[in-house]
Design a protein around this ligand. Sequence first.
Ligand SMILES: Nc1ncnc2c1ncn2[C@@H]1O[C@H](COP(=O)(O)OP(=O)(O)OP(=O)(O)O)[C@@H](O)[C@H]1O
Ligand SMILES: [Mg+2]
Length: 156
Amino acid sequence: MAKNKISPQKGSNTSGAVNRGIVVSRSAAQTRALGKAFAGRLKAGDTVFIEGEVGSGKTTLVQGIARGMGVRGAVRSSSFILINEYRAKESVPLFHVDLYRLHGDDISMLGLDDYRYAAGIMLIEWPCLLRRAGRRPSWEIRMKWKSDNERVIEIK
Ligand SMILES: Nc1ncnc2c1ncn2[C@@H]1O[C@H](COP(=O)(O)OP(=O)(O)OP(=O)(O)O)[C@@H](O)[C@H]1O
Ligand SMILES: [Mg+2]
């Protein structure tokens, strides 16, 4: 099933460890490790769309990415707060956005472009409204529930 092999090894933080492709994660910890490794591929200004049904592990992956960027402290689901900002090492701001509760025209009110001008990295859960508005991300991640502890994760 794996097209390109992705190695979500624990503690791995080498850029190049994560390639575009498909991997099966067998635990939340593995998904976080994958996120941590993936963080090495991100640069200021990048936008990542993270898609997948409720409970597929999007926020879990974001937690790993934040760790990989040197964010300390808790990274929680942002379903009620639309945007959470984290200060990562080297002062690259990390914005965790969850558009689940957003509808139609609200999107322009969000001022997402202002965040982009802040030259941060944006991780966006439920990005369908942005996609419909014609936005294209630097990376797309699709997460699929496979079993209680397994998730299929596609990075492209
Ligand atoms: N392999 C796995 N990868 C990620 N999460 C897993 C895995 N196995 C089990 N889980 C569990 O699945 C849940 C995923 O929740 P999470 O909040 O990350 O999902 P989400 O996609 O962000 O959902 P929502 O759409 O509600 O924001 C967590 O409780 C996590 O511990
Ligand atoms: Mg979430």
